[in-house]
Ligand binder design. Structure first.
Ligand SMILES: NC(=O)c1ccc[n+]([C@@H]2O[C@H](COP(=O)([O-])OP(=O)(O)OC[C@H]3O[C@@H](n4cnc5c(N)ncnc54)[C@H](OP(=O)(O)O)[C@@H]3O)[C@@H](O)[C@H]2O)c1
Length: 300
């Protein structure tokens, strides 16, 4: 099968379109014919060798999430059949024609393939962090990087919990944040003043989904480290802030209900662009630029 592989850590040039052996579904696994694979910022961080705890054995196929059609069902897997459309996490790399999965959800028939591939990481991360922050009705949440794929899902889920969300983004994304019922704030110099003006009573929780060095000012605003979490700032530990990373266990059954919300138009995810598999390096470069304005997707 065709897949993107890399045999050493480094820049986008280490990625190559390769012919590799197809994986086959073992016990507890299904195999997907990948229709769309999500490109996440962590993909280029792993490729660069910046995430030692997530470094795969090489050669590796990048990519954590995909949507596709089940074409093999391994022993002991129930509730799914060949031909079913699903979305979920891949265990063999999503940038490929075929991938194995153990944690997945049914794809509603009306859900767009690219949007389906954009959901697993963004939804699981948002739910995990909003739960850890105990975001609830009446809270004011400051969300750094609110117009990103994760940020925008977190905005909508926090608003649905009854929170008021102040979301940082570049001015081009302010109307988008307003459309999600968040109050947009420009990031950069003077942000603390803008937050204080928008929330004179203070903020109750902070989610950093940007990793752009906003933690010290967030600690100042909160008057301490309580109810602040980052998913993106590697300086978290030295500042005494929890870094939430990795999955919190199987999420497929919960993902199914969020996929239905998206199919019903009650939760939205922007897709910025889709690329062919051969353009994976370009897609990762756009992702690494940090302003893609939505999910980047590969179409193997
Ligand atoms: N730990 C975990 O479990 C986990 C899971 C998923 C993602 N992540 C990490 O979370 C981050 C966001 O992921 P994503 O998929 O949402 O990425 P994304 O879609 O590329 O979004 C990045 C966002 O960051 C914003 N941004 C850029 N510079 C900023 C700044 N100086 N201040 C505030 N916002 C800024 C951009 O907004 P503008 O375009 O408006 O500038 C953009 O919307 C990445 O670092 C990713 O690796 C972590």
């Amino acid at each position: 099968m065709k897949a993107i592989t890399y045999t050493e850590f480094g820049g986008p040039e280490v990625l190559r379109l390769d012919e590799v052996e197809e994986p086959h579904a073992g016990p507890g696994q299904v195999r997907l014919k990948v229709v769309a694979a999500g490109v996440n910022p962590v993909d280029h961080k792993i490729r660069n060798g910046w995430m030692p705890h997530m470094s795969p054995a090489l050669p590796a196929v990048p990519g954590l999430e995909a949507a596709g059609v089940v074409d093999e069902v391994g022993e002991g897997v129930t509730g799914v059949s060949v031909g079913d459309e699903v979305l979920g996490w891949t265990t063999t790399g999503a940038y490929a024609e075929y991938a194995l999965a153990t944690d997945f959800a049914a794809k509603p028939a009306t859900l767009d393939w690219d949007v389906a591939a954009a959901l697993p990481v963004a939804v699981e991360t948002s739910v995990r962090v909003l739960d850890a922050l105990e975001v609830k009705e009446g809270d004011t949440l400051l969300l750094h990087g609110a117009a990103g794929v994760v940020g925008a899902v977190a905005v909508q889920l926090a608003v649905a919990r009854g929170a008021t969300v102040l979301g940082t983004a570049s001015p081009a994304n302010h109307d988008y944040l307003r459309s999600l019922d968040a109050t947009p704030l420009a990031y950069g110099e003077g942000l603390a003043t803008r937050v204080r003006a928008a929330a004179p009573q203070g903020v109750d929780a902070v989610l950093d989904a940007a990793g752009a060095d906003d933690l010290p000012m967030s600690i100042d605003l909160r008057g301490g480290t309580d109810r602040i979490i980052t998913i993106a700032d590697p300086r978290a530990a030295e500042l005494g802030i929890p870094f939430s990373g990795g999955g919190s266990g199987p999420f497929g059954s919960r993902l199914a209900s969020y996929a239905r919300l998206v199919a019903d138009g009650q939760l939205t995810v922007r897709v910025a662009r889709s690329f062919s598999l051969a353009d994976a390096a370009r897609a990762q470069e756009v992702s690494a630029g940090g302003h893609a304005a939505g999910k980047l997707v590969l179409r193997p």
